[in-house]
Every structure is written in structure tokens, then in C-alpha cells.
Design a protein around this ligand. Structure first.
Ligand SMILES: [Zn+2]
Length: 481
């Protein structure tokens, strides 16, 4: 049944900016301080207080616009979006409506089929966040409002309804999040609400030109839940259409415990908000020189970095993708590759041991206890045959907790690889002498037994014998035996 329908998804993402101060006043945006400690007449909405636009917010918006291929408007205006809610003391939110700062952009995503797909970005505009209501569970204590978040700067990024599956929606969101994090304008934290997504979902019979009626799914705080909410909504709408009923345009909430969505309220239209230009703020004029300056300061973006990693370091495309997923991870890799010439070896260790330990500890690369210098110390000792790859993992484990460098650990633990031919020869002779039956079978053609002998010698050397030398000596001696 589902295959007779086409899914149409458009996304609205609220990106909370990491500026130090709020968008229209000098109050701090720091998270987690005592309620209402970061407020002033402007963000409290007191009469007579006037907003002053934060220049950094404009720069961040231009950066986001350029990174998503938008046209930056030479003139944009702020508008009042009027509605009443206890966490909005002014009775209106300052946003942008008719003339947003960025328009006509796009992002490229990878689709399940493997190809690239272009997702249009209708607009990006600047606005202020509302405060936060705190509802107590104790009866009779009522609800309270914390206005520390009021007036915090947001970018709202509105996509075209170009996505055709929940997977495409997630691919778009991940790409957008990666870009704003690379730009350093947002910390990308979904759980804390720094990157919030509303999804407009509708279905239509294949071949139909006009869109079906959409439902808006509000504020879902993880990629998994966004996918589940969209999937549930698609099935729900198809069921309604199949029954011959009509989908109602409304806002729905996702219940992550039940995995379902439920109606929250009828969807407002723009005219319900009575938008009008904010008379307290002059139109924002951005000249070419300003845009050029911001463009100059843009960091290298993920796609360009991935390409460069393939070309400059000769990495497989897969490695380059993984290493550039996060800017800090890419920088860690580059620091390693500058110290150790075997870039593929650096990549293997970072994607393997480093990522595994980070996952185990629940840390991000920014808090990695092993610096690129320390890691390269281990890699150098593998390359010059001081230790085997296997022993290197032991050294790395020790390094992770003690912070000591590779040479110190190798010395202290006596892990240096045995490359002395005489010593290895002695171990090989002992092992062959101790296993005469196996030696006999080997000489009769049971080649598989070589592995057994290598294992025995490595064991008697506590893993420190040079494996290549062990192999060579064993072959020689067993054949002569
Ligand atoms: Zn303030």
C-alpha cells in the first residue's frame, strides 16, 4: 500500500548560535545559570527598552548562508511575530518575515541509492528565542518562567519540500548540523535544544502534482526519534487517505515512549501572527565588501576537506568521510599526519583504537587524553620495529590512562621487541624440541601447523619476538628438522 504513495518532507531547523551575548541586548547566553539571572529591560520586554542588533549574529547568519549556497540579501528587515505566551514577555517575537537575510540556497545529500541529491533551502532568517516555562510536579505550586533564554539568537533554516523519505530527511539534517558545527556557529547539541527540528510531512498518490495536506511534527530531540516520528506519521496519513478520509493540517507532538504522534493544536498560518516590520529596528544593509570579508574567513567545509584528504593523503574515500565527520577529528588526523608520514596508518589507528576508546569512555575527540604527539610516538615505534602492532595496542591502552609517552611505557614494561637472531633462534629450537610430534607432522606436509609453532614462540617471548623473524626461522628449522 505504501508504495502507491509519495512522501513529501520539508524541514525547519532552529539553530541556536554560540554568540556570547543575546541578539538584541548584552546579556550573557551561558547555559545552566540560576533562573532570570541573565536578563535586562530589553529581554524582559519592559516598556521603553530598545533592541540593538548583535553584529556577531549577522556575521554568523552570513556564514551559514554562504556555506549553504544562499544569496545574501543586501537589505533585510526584522518583523514582529505577534502571539501571546507566558514565556514571551513582549507579546511578540522579533523575527524576519518578508525579507530574510538568506534565500535560494541548497545542500547536497547522499541518498540510499548512492547518488547525490540536491535539497533546496528556501531561506535562513535570524530571530530571538523565547524563555522557558518550568512546570512543577507539586500540586499548588504553579508554573514559573525563566527568561535567561529569552532573546537568545537563533537561525531558522527552512528547506524546500524536497525530501522523499525519512532517510533523506536525516541525511539533510546531519549535513546541515555538520556545516553549522564546522562554522563554529552552533554546538549542534540536539538534546539540549541547540539544534531543533520541526518536520512538515505529507503524502500524495504517485503522479499527483499538488501536495497533500501536511502535518507539522514539533521539536524532536534526536535523529532516531525524528526518523521514528516521520515513519509513524507517513503510515498514519496513508491509513487516513486509504480510508477515504482527509488529513487535517495541524501541529503534532511525538511521544518517544509510545513511538506515536498526537495532535497538539491546529496549525497556524502566517497571517495569524499579524507580522509587521519592527519599528524599533532599522533595515539591515549588508554590502558586498562585508560579504567578501566573511567569505574570506570561512573555514574549509566538510566536502572540500574530504576531497583534499583523498587527494593529499591518498586516503580511501571511506576514511576521508569518517575523519571529516567532525572538524575536531579532522584536525586531530591532520596533526598526526604532519608528525607521522604514513597517513593511512594514522587513519587506521584513529578510526580504530582512538575511536573505540572514545566510545567506551563516552568522550569526544576534543577531550581525547592521547594527543596526536603521543599517538605518533606509538606509531613511530611500530614503524621502526621496536614493537609489534599487537604490543602497540597495549602501549596505547597504558598511555590512555597514564598519559606517559610510548618510549617511557616501552622501557618501564620491558616491551621492546626481540630482534636478536640468537635469542629468537633459541626460542624456536626450544619450541620445536618440546613438540616433536607436531614437528614430524609438519615435515610430512601438514603446513597448517606453522601457525601453531608461531603461536608457541610468540607465547614464550610474551609477544615480544619480531613476528617476521619468527616465521622465517621456524620455516627454515622445521624444514631442516
Ligand atoms: Zn537582556
Amino acid at each position: 500500500m505504501r508504495k502507491h504513495y509519495e512522501v513529501v518532507i520539508g524541514l525547519e531547523v532552529h539553530v541556536q548560535l554560540t554568540t556570547q551575548t543575546k541578539i538584541f541586548c548584552g546579556c550573557s547566553t551561558e547555559f545552566g545559570n540560576s533562573p532570570n539571572s541573565q536578563t535586562c529591560p530589553v529581554c524582559l520586554g519592559l516598556p521603553g527598552a530598545l533592541p540593538v542588533l548583535n553584529r556577531q549574529v549577522v556575521e554568523n547568519a552570513i556564514m551559514a548562508g554562504l556555506a549553504t549556497n544562499c544569496r545574501i540579501a543586501p537589505r533585510s528587515i526584522f518583523a514582529r511575530k505577534n502571539y501571546f505566551y507566558p514565556d514571551l514577555p513582549k507579546g511578540y517575537q522579533i523575527s524576519q518575515f518578508e525579507l530574510p537575510i538568506c534565500e535560494h540556497g541548497h545542500l547536497m545529500i547522499e541518498t540510499e541509492a548512492g547518488g547525490e541529491k540536491r535539497i533546496g533551502i528556501t531561506r535562513i532568517h535570524m530571530e530571538e528565542d523565547a524563555g522557558k516555562l518550568l512546570h512543577s510536579d507539586d500540586p499548588g505550586t504553579g508554573s514559573r518562567v525563566d527568561l535567561n533564554r529569552a532573546c537568545t539568537p537563533l537561525l531558522e533554516v527552512v528547506s524546500e519540500p524536497d525530501m522523499r523519505s525519512s532517510d533523506e530527511a536525516i541525511a539533510y539534517l546531519k549535513k546541515l548540523r555538520q556545516i553549522v558545527m564546522y562554522l563554529g556557529v552552533c554546538d549542534g547539541n540536539l538534546e539540549e535544544g541547540s539544534f531543533r527540528c520541526d518536520a512538515n510531512v505529507s503524502v500524495r498518490p504517485w503522479g499527483q502534482q499538488e501536495f497533500g495536506t501536511r502535518a507539522e511534527l514539533k521539536n524532536i530531540n534526536s535523529f532516531r526519534f525524528i526518523k521514528e516520528a516521520i515513519e509513524y506519521e507517513i503510515d498514519r496519513q496513508i491509513d487516513i487517505v486509504e480510508e477515504g478520509s482527509k488529513v487535517v493540517q495541524e501541529t503534532r507532538l511525538f511521544d518517544s515512549n509510545a513511538g506515536t504522534t498526537r495532535s497538539m493544536r491546529g496549525k497556524e498560518e502566517a497571517h495569524d501572527y499579524r507580522y509587521f516590520p519592527d519599528p524599533d529596528l532599522v533595515p539591515l544593509v549588508i554590502d558586498e565588501a562585508w560579504i567578501a570579508r566573511v567569505r574570506e574567513g570561512l573555514p574549509e567545509l566538510p566536502e572540500a576537506k574530504t576531497r583534499r584528504f583523498v587527494e593529499d593523503f591518498r586516503l580511501p574515500a571511506y576514511d576521508a568521510e569518517v575523519l571529516t565527520a567532525e572538524r575536531a577529528l579532522a584536525e586531530y588526523f591532520e596533526a598526526c599526519a604532519a608528525l607521522h608520514k604514513d597517513a593511512k596508518m594514522c587513519s587506521n589507528w584513529i578510526m580504530g583504537e582512538v575511536q573505540r576508546k572514545l566510545n567506551d569512555d563516552g568522550r569526544s575527540i576534543v577531550d581525547c587524553p592521547v594527543s596526536p604527539q603521543l599517538l605518533c610516538g606509538v606509531l613511530t615505534r611500530i614503524s621502526d620495529n621496536t614493537i609489534s602492532n599487537k604490543i602497540a595496542k597495549t602501549v596505547f591502552e597504558e598511555m590512555w590512562t597514564s598519559g606517559k609517552d610510548a618510549d617511557t611505557i616501552i622501557d618501564e614494561k620491558g616491551l621492546k621487541q626481540v630482534t636478536d637472531t640468537g635469542a629468537i633462534e633459541k626460542m624456536v629450537d626450544d619450541v620445536i624440541a618440546a613438540n616433536p610430534a607436531q614437528a614430524q607432522e609438519f615435515s610430512e606436509g601438514k603446513d597448517k601447523l606453522l601457525g601453531f609453532f608461531v603461536g608457541q614462540v610468540m607465547k614464550s617471548s610474551k609477544g615480544k619476538a619480531n613476528p617476521a623473524m619468527v616465521n622465517e626461522l621456524l620455516c627454515k628449522k622445521l624444514r631442516d628438522a
